[in-house]
Design a protein around this ligand. Structure first.
Ligand code: SAM
Ligand code: SF4
Length: 358
């Protein structure tokens, strides 16, 4: 039975870019659905657009950050998360920018931990984990950490991040995360032709050696330099072919139906696993269960949305939880069927991955 929730008098300030009202079936029994019948269970919460790296596929060296006052406060992030939890969001990933640069990250994790999401995770470049209270985060409810590492060669990491970072930083971060009890540990690698496409099988070795889930990601058109083009994308087929030359893979059964990756174990039973995120050549839009909230409080129903909905004025106007829930429901209803990267009229969104929250 679906229960239509009451539409309360709106406190939306007149100028707010708000989504059009969705029909009652957008929130049957208080759950979140889009107009294509997909249930939304995952929230990506970006807590900063700042970063200490300048990855070639993400952020240009002269990238301009949003003014600080435009970013949500700790209380506002927690309000969004609390309302989302009440709408059946079960997974929350803290991201950015580089989330370890967010000054109140500890308090945020503590607050999110109390909301008891089934899966509370964070994505980080790992550069600052050695000065972070990982044991404390674990106790407070952070369940998983995903690290990013795009090459196993020091010179290439430096070239791709445009810093002096090395692979050793992430290897150490894996060690620290494991010591603190994080499991499983995932390592993201964006593959780009001309940068690291000859390391695909080496990444499989890395997964085995460090017993981690390496996720090989197709480069997506979300870079601030707008240099994306198909010829730079290393495809899932190529990834599988290259790994297959060195290791036999077996598809992992029981993969989450809303999983964004093709998942494999090693046929010889070695530790570690491989995930392939083929957003460009094998889009998973039909199974997408995600909603995103940017650090400045814009609700984005799709990574590639060209329309985003401004929740911040509502939060700052002291809206009730029900009004915020209504807003999230309305925004979710607008979720596009697919990202459309392959269609002739595809236009890259204004925001870069770092300003959306990857
Ligand atoms: N700074 C953190 C990090 O790098 O792990 C978290 C934010 S970052 C935006 C999240 C993930 O998005 C990273 O694993 C990064 O490699 C990935 N990413 C960024 N830009 C991308 C792009 N254009 N295509 C595919 N993945 C991208
Ligand atoms: Fe920073 Fe992450 Fe973007 Fe690299 S991918 S520039 S580490 S936000």
């Amino acid at each position: 039975m679906s229960i239509a929730l009451p539409v309360v008098g709106s406190q939306r300030p007149a100028a707010v870019n708000a989504p059009p009202p969705a029909p009652a079936e957008a929130r049957p029994n208080g759950a979140l659905y889009d107009s294509h019948g997909r249930r939304i269970r995952d929230l990506r919460l970006s807590v900063t657009d700042r970063c200490n790296y300048r990855c070639v596929y993400c952020m240009d060296p002269d990238f301009r950050y949003m003014p600080k006052q435009e970013l949500l406060s700790l209380g506002e992030y927690l309000t969004v998360a609390r309302v989302a939890a009440g709408l059946g969001i079960r997974k929350l990933r803290i991201t950015g920018g580089e989330p370890t640069l967010y000054p109140q990250l500890g308090e945020l994790i503590e607050g999110l931990g109390r909301l008891a999401f089934a899966d509370l995770a964070m994505t980080t470049n790992g550069s600052r984990l050695d000065r972070m209270p990982l044991d404390r985060w674990r106790e407070d409810g952070l369940g998983r950490i995903t690290l990013s590492l795009d090459s196993l060669r020091p010179d290439r990491v430096a070239r791709m991040t445009r810093t002096r970072a090395t692979p050793a930083t992430v290897v150490h971060a894996i060690y620290l995360a494991r010591e603190a009890g994080f499991d499983p540990i995932k390592v993201n690698a964006v593959l780009m032709r001309g940068f690291n496409e000859d390391e695909i099988a080496d990444f499989a070795d890395f997964a085995r050696e460090h017993a981690v889930n390496v996720r090989l990601i197709e480069f997506m058109p979300l870079d601030s330099s707008r240099s994306w083009n198909r010829s730079i994308v290393v495809t899932a087929d190529e990834m599988l072919r290259e790994i297959g030359r060195r290791h036999e893979l077996v598809p992992l059964d029981g993969a989450d139906s809303s999983s964004t990756s093709l998942n494999f174990a090693f046929a010889d039973g070695a530790a570690g696993s491989i995930g392939i995120i083929a957003s460009v050549t094998r889009p998973f839009c039909g199974a997408c269960s995600r909603l995103r909230v940017t650090a400045d409080g814009k609700v984005r129903a799709c990574l590639f949305s060209r329309t985003e909905w401004d929740l911040r004025p509502l939060l700052r106007a002291g809206a009730s939880d029900e009004e915020i829930a209504q807003f999230l429901g309305d925004a979710t209803w607008t979720k596009q069927a697919g990202h459309g990267i392959s269609s002739a009229d595809f236009v890259q969104p204004e925001r870069t991955m770092s300003a959306i929250g990857g």
